[in-house]
Design a protein around this ligand. Structure first.
Ligand code: ADP
Ligand code: ASP
Ligand code: MG
Length: 440
C-alpha cells in the first residue's frame, strides 16, 4: 500500500482535483490519499478564529461568507450531476453552518482548533463526492478516529497503528482510501492539529503506521530545490537525499516539507518522494536511507530566530555549567536550534519565544545575558560535507559584506549552520546560490 499526499494548491481548483483523481487511480497498488485543505482555506480559517478571539464578530461573519461563496463556486465546477451537486451543497452548508454557530459561542482555544479543522474536512468530503460521481470506488477514513497526539503534542504512533489497521480491516476489499491531513485528536480527546503544513506529517505518520511501500508528497514544485525558490530566482531540483539531509532541510526552513515530517518515514524505513502535481512526469526528489552522492546539496533558511548569549567567567574551567543552562530550556520546553561555545561564553538560538521572559529571568544568575531578536539560521546541507575539499573556503568565499553572528559545524556530517541578521537573509541566500552552486 502507498501513501499519496496532495497539498493545498494540488486541490485548490476543480481541475486540479480532477487531476488528483486521475493520479490516484493510475496504478494497481492500494492507496491512502491524504488531502490538505484547498489553498487559502486554512489562512482564512486562521483569520476567522482571530476575529472571533478579538470579539470582532461582524468581520468574522464577512470572512465566513467570503469563504462560503468560494466553496459554492468551487463545487459548481467540480461536479456535473444534480444529485452530486446537492450532496456537495449539503456538505458546504453543514460546515459553514458550524462556523456560523461558533460565532455565537464564547471563544476558547479548543474552539479555534475546531475552526481550523473545517478545511481538511471539506476538501476530503468534496473530493469523495467527485470520486463517487466519477464512479471510483473508495472509502473516506475519518482522521479524527485514528490520528492522535499526547499531552506533549507528540503523535501516538502505537495507537495510530492499531486504530488505522482496524479501520482498514473493516474495508479490506477497497483499494482507494481518502483521509484528512493535518487534523487529529489531542490527549483530552478534542479536535487538534499537527501545526501549519502538518498534512505532510500526517502522510509520513500513516506511511509509518502501515509500513507503506512509499510516501509520495505531491505539491506545486518538482521536488526539493537547492535553494528557496520563493527568494532566489534560479534554483534546481535535487534528485536524491538521505533522510538525515531531508530532515535538516525541512527543520531549517525548506517549506516544501513540514519540519517533523521525515522522522516517521525514516524510523519505519519508508522512502519519501516529492512530486509535482502539475508536472507528474518530472523526477522530483527521492528521499531514502543513504545519500547517493557526497557534497553540498541545498541551502535553507529559518526565520524568527532569537539568539541568547550567556557570558560568565565562572564558565572558565568549570563543569556542569552547560547542564544548568540546558535545564532552564528543558524546564520551559523550549528547543535549542544552534549552539556554540567559547571558554567564557555560550551562544544559542531558539525559535519559540513564548517563554523567553521566564527563561531569561532564570539565566540571569549565570552571568551577563545578551539577546538578539530577528535573526535567521542559514543551513547548508549535504552528505559528508566536512570531507568535501574546499567546501568551507567556497562557503565563506561566497559571503560578501554580511556579518555572521554564529557558525555551527561538525554537529552532524550533513550540516553547517550560520546565524545572520534576518535582514541579510535574502542576500546571503543569493550569494550562496552563486558561490556554492554556480547559479546566478
Ligand atoms: P503544499 O501546499 O503542497 O503543502 P507548500 O506551499 O507547503 O505546498 O510547499 C511547497 C512550496 O515550498 C513551494 O511552492 C516552494 O515555494 C516552497 N519551498 C521553500 N523552499 C523550498 C525548497 N528548497 N524546494 C522546493 N520548494 C521549496
Ligand atoms: N491546511 C494546513 C495548512 O495550511 C495543513 C497543510 O496544508 O499541510 O497549514
Ligand atoms: Mg505544505
Amino acid at each position: 500500500m502507498k501513501i499519496m499526499k496532495f497539498g493545498g494548491t494540488s486541490v485548490g481548483k476543480p481541475e486540479r482535483m480532477f487531476q488528483v483523481a486521475e493520479l490516484v487511480t493510475r496504478g494497481d497498488e492500494p492507496v491512502i490519499v491524504v488531502l490538505s485543505a484547498l489553498s487559502g482555506t486554512t489562512n482564512s480559517l486562521v483569520t476567522i478564529g482571530g476575529y472571533i478571539a478579538k470579539g470582532e464578530r461582524s468581520l468574522a461573519k464577512q470572512e465566513i461568507a467570503k469563504l462560503e461563496a468560494h466553496y459554492l463556486d468551487f463545487i459548481s465546477k467540480l461536479v456535473k450531476k444534480p444529485a452530486s451537486l446537492e450532496k456537495a451543497k449539503a456538505i458546504v452548508a453543514e460546515h459553514f453552518e458550524f462556523l456560523n454557530i461558533i460565532l455565537k459561542i464564547s471563544f476558547s482555544e479548543a474552539l479555534s482548533k475546531d475552526i481550523l479543522a473545517q478545511g481538511e474536512l471539506l476538501s476530503t468530503k468534496l473530493f469523495s463526492v467527485y470520486l463517487e460521481e466519477a464512479g471510483v470506488d473508495h472509502e473516506l477514513l475519518p482522521a479524527l478516529e485514528f490520528m492522535s497526539i499526547d499531552s506533549y503534542d507528540e503523535p501516538q504512533i502505537g495507537s495510530i497503528k492499531i486504530k488505522l489497521s482496524q479501520l482498514l480491516k473493516q474495508h479490506s476489499a477497497k483499494k482507494l482510501f481518502v483521509t484528512q491531513g493535518y487534523i487529529c485528536r489531542n490527549a483530552r480527546g478534542e479536535v487538534d492539529n499537527l501545526k501549519r503544513g502538518g498534512s505532510d506529517y500526517t502522510a509520513s505518520l500513516i506511511a509509518a503506521a502501515i509500513n507503506a511501500s512509499v510516501c509520495e508528497i505531491w505539491t506545486d514544485i518538482d521536488g526539493m530545490h537547492n535553494n528557496d525558490p520563493r527568494i532566489v530566482k534560479k534554483t534546481v531540483p535535487v534528485e536524491q537525499l538521505s533522510f538525515e539531509e531531508a530532515a535538516e532541510l525541512a527543520y531549517f526552513g525548506a517549506k516544501i516539507l513540514h519540519p517533523a515530517s521525515i522522522w516517521p518515514a525514516q524510523t519505519y524505513k519508508v522512502p519519501v518522494k516529492l512530486l509535482n502535481t502539475m508536472q507528474p512526469e518530472a523526477k522530483g526528489t527521492t528521499i531514502c536511507e543513504v545519500a547517493e552522492s557526497v557534497g553540498v546539496k541545498a541551502v535553507a533558511a529559518k526565520d524568527n530566530i532569537t539568539a541568547i548569549r550567556i557570558k560568565s567567567s565562572r564558565m572558565l574551567l568549570a563543569y556542569g555549567f552547560l547542564r544548568k543552562i540546558f535545564e532552564v530550556f528543558e524546564k520551559y520546553r523550549t528547543p535549542i536550534d544552534m549552539i556554540t561555545t567559547s571558554e567564557v561564553a555560550v551562544s544559542l538560538t531558539i525559535d519559540n519565544t513564548t517563554q523567553l521572559k521566564e527563561i531569561l529571568k532564570e539565566l540571569e544568575p549565570f552571568g551577563t545575558i545578551e539577546v538578539d531578536k530577528d535573526q535567521a539560521i542559514i543551513s547548508v546541507v549535504g552528505n559528508e560535507i566536512s570531507q568535501t575539499r574546499d567546501m568551507i573556503k567556497k562557503l565563506f568565499g561566497s559571503i560578501v559584506n554580511i556579518p555572521v553572528r554564529m557558525v555551527a559545524y561538525g554537529g552532524s556530517p550533513h550540516n553547517i549552520s550560520l546565524l545572520v541578521s534576518a535582514k541579510d537573509k535574502t542576500q546571503i541566500l543569493q550569494q550562496l546560490n552563486k558561490g556554492m552552486f554556480g547559479l546566478d
